[in-house]
Ligand binder design. Structure first.
Ligand code: AMP
Length: 484
């Protein structure tokens, strides 16, 4: 059965930010969210606390517009605040789904912001609805709120742990109560979350380090997989209430999603992307006159590819920065239009040349098809496409927006079929081991993969209870759940 909830909850990418004990908390959160805008352009929200009351402002659209008004910022007074940028491309776009979510619970106010996606939210929601819970939104995150609200444990931290033990999926969370701010990651640490501090020791949580940079905060460390960090009057407390399976950080954060100026899980995203480009060149280098990135996501990999092959690097395609990511547009028709709005050929760099195009990924193939055509129309003699990830054969259920499997070009075509589809003279993807080498590993360890690479392998490290159907079926493989 399809519910409004089915529509919405599978398709979210997000950025989160929190700051505690700072006179100008909300303004810092707005700045942090601004740096995380690439993680979600659909909506933004901030919840603040001033010692007596919680205030919230949520709006559709970009951070700059949502928080431009002095009145909005003045209303968000307080010494603690958390915020969220949301990127959901599927289903209804409704304001009541915009985070942070907030509820007045028996112990006081509770606000929460979530990056990731829960994979048993529908099963839990059905159970909670049967017991009388009334849901306000279609967001999977609201399940956490109800689990905290209905937990029989005595204090808020125990209630939260109780809730986390029941949820499955990928989550980095920041939460705010009247006495503490908390940052936490799922046991596999699929999505990122870092901790930083300002000169006056104010603690900050952020999805990426680029959001620390914008407010001049120093990086302290990553919140660890399965860790809950609590910031309160008593200082900083770290709890690890779950089993500690081997972490499986999302490799696609490195390939595409994170900003290149971020350091993620100890690695510079920019450097990793250059290494991927160099590996790609070693694996599938080709005689050509120019290496051209598909901007912006293909740029660091193209630099690595050009450096490794010695082929000149040029900006042969110019991106218009005032158009949103093509994925934002809901229909194929608009997506096609979006690609044309977004890129233009820089003809003198292309005409008469054998061109290597480098992009980070092929999903539906729409972008590659358009770009290859554009480069040919600009007079390229040959067009060779090189992709800085393995073929995307599977959908992500852990918080990266990917279309359903049937729409993934690599799910229905082999590489030669994909080459024909995008009309390139040659097409090659980095191998899985090449990708892992670029990440600093000897290769992918098939018995114990070092990252979540389900979009390339179909090896889903966390149970997909909702997707598989059934209510919290215990018998599925790859079930990784917070230890009870
Ligand atoms: P497609 O046109 O469907 O093949 O999508 C590939 C393009 O979309 C590439 O240029 C990527 O940079 C970009 N891309 C890949 N994954 C995502 C994602 N999850 N969200 C937004 N854009 C993406």
């Amino acid at each position: 059965m399809t519910t409004p909830f089915d529509d919405d909850h599978l398709r979210e990418e997000c950025g989160i930010f929190g700051i505690s004990r700072h006179a100008d908390a909300a303004r810092h959160v707005a700045l942090g969210l601004h740096a995380l805008q690439h993680r979600g352009q659909e909506a933004a929200g901030i919840v603040s606390f001033d010692g007596a009351r919680f205030q919230a402002h949520r709006a559709m659209g970009h951070v700059a517009e949502a928080f431009e008004s002095d009145k909005v910022m003045a209303d968000l007074a307080g010494y603690a605040a958390i915020g969220h940028v949301r990127y959901a491309t599927f289903g209804a776009t409704i304001l009541r789904n915009v985070q942070p979510l907030f509820a007045d619970l028996s112990f006081g106010g509770f606000a929460i912001a979530h990056n990731g996606n829960l994979t048993n939210a529908m099963a839990l929601r059905r159970r909670l609805v049967k017991t009388g819970c009334i849901f306000q939104s279609t967001s999977d995150t609201e399940v956490i709120l109800h689990l905290v609200a209905t937990s029989q444990k005595n204090n808020v931290v125990d209630r939260l742990i109780d809730a986390l033990r029941q949820i499955e999926g990928a989550y980095s969370l920041v939460a705010l109560t009247d006495s503490m701010m908390m940052g936490m990651r799922d046991p596999l640490g699929v999505r990122p979350l870092v901790m930083g501090k300002l000169a006056d020791d104010t603690i900050v949580f952020a999805s990426e380090t680029c959001a620390l940079d914008i407010i001049g905060a120093d990086f302290i460390r990553d919140v660890e997989p399965g860790e809950i960090v609590i910031v309160s009057d008593e200082g900083i407390t770290s709890l690890k209430p779950f089993d500690a399976p081997k972490p499986r950080f999302c490799i696609f954060e490195h390939i595409y999603f994170a900003r290149p100026d971020s350091v993620v899980e100890g690695r510079s995203v920019y450097d990793v992307r250059k290494h991927i480009g160099a590996e790609l060149a070693r694996e599938s280098g080709i005689d050509a006159d120019v290496v051209i990135p598909v901007p912006d996501s293909g740029v660091p990999a193209a630099i690595g590819f050009a450096a490794e092959t010695g082929i000149p690097f040029e900006l042969g395609i110019i991106r218009n920065h005032y158009v949103g990511r093509t994925f934002i547009e809901p229909t194929q028709q608009i997506r096609n239009l979006g690609v044309k709005l977004k890129h233009n050929a820089n003809r003198p760099q292309i005409e008469g040349k054998r061109v290597v195009l480098v992009d980070d990924s092929i999903v539906r193939g729409t972008t590659s098809l358009k770009i290859v055509q554009m480069v040919r129309d600009a007079g390229a003699r040959e067009v060779h496409m090189r992709i800085a990830s393995p073929p995307t054969t599977h959908s992500c259920f852990y918080g990266v927006d990917t279309p359903e499997r049937s729409q993934l070009l690599a799910a229905t075509h082999d590489v030669e079929g994909m080459r024909r589809f995008i009309q390139a003279d040659s097409l090659a993807f980095i191998s899985m081991d090449g990708l892992y080498r670029a990440m600093g590993a000897a290769g992918r360890n098939p018995a114990q993969p070092q990252f979540c690479d389900a979009c390339f392998t179909g090896d889903y490290p966390i149970s997909l209870t909702d997707h598989w159907g059934g209510d919290e079926d215990q018998s599925r493989p790859h079930r990784v759940k917070a230890a009870g």
